[in-house]
Design a protein around this ligand. Structure first.
Ligand code: IMP
Length: 180
């Protein structure tokens, strides 16, 4: 098993690149079935979701779609800040669009809760969520439960495949769990 030491913490490989590929394909197949004949707008939440999004959109089958990006900040290091700030605002019109928000991980659900409200206020027809990871035990906002999940996880802190630790290690090809 591969391990990484980052900023004094020890991490062990949890999802291998092969497992991630299977998870992404499963999510892509469900989205392809649900959005058949529609033209969804994927809104990728930067920075973390860019790796998942790049794999996800290429795994879709026969879905005519557009992709745009948004960057918000609600998290720093290992504890949630609880405040959402728009760093890169939405560049695309979401009015009358079927929006699929693409996230790396849903934790408390604050980010998704606020983004859904934002897109609804802007006139989106529907707002669903695809997240590579989901921490159901941590969820505080019921409307933020992702519609499409790659893998569920308990409360551990994870890094890699887009997920950072204070800005670093997003480029790891696997997802690693912190070991206490
Ligand atoms: P939420 O708003 O509490 O759902 O937090 C979502 C954001 O927190 C994600 O987009 C990540 O940036 C960050 N986050 C939550 N858990 C982790 C983790 O285990 N590793 C890295 N980032 C995390």
């Amino acid at each position: 098993m591969r391990t990484i030491d980052e900023q004094g913490y020890h991490f062990e490989e949890w999802l291998t690149p092969e497992q991630i590929r299977a998870d992404v394909q499963q999510v892509a197949d469900r989205i392809s079935a649900d959005y058949k004949g529609k033209e969804p707008l994927f809104v990728v939440v930067l920075n973390g979701a860019f790796v998942f999004a790049a794999d996800l959109i290429r795994a879709l089958k026969n879905v005519r779609c557009e992709i745009t990006f948004i960057r918000v900040s609600s998290y720093w290091g290992m504890s949630s800040k609880g405040q959402l700030e728009f760093i890169v605002p939405l560049q695309q019109v979401v009015d009358q669009r079927d929006v699929v928000i693409v996230e790396d991980i849903v934790d408390t659900g604050l980010t998704i809760h606020q983004l859904k409200a934002h897109f609804r206020a802007l006139g989106a027809t529907s707002t669903r969520v695809a997240s590579m990871l989901f921490k159901p035990n941590k969820l505080e906002y019921e409307d933020s439960k992702p519609d499409y999940v790659g893998h569920e996880i308990t409360d551990e802190f994870v890094i890699g495949y887009g997920l950072d630790f204070d800005g670093f290690v997003r480029n790891l090809d696997a997802i690693y769990k912190v070991k206490e």
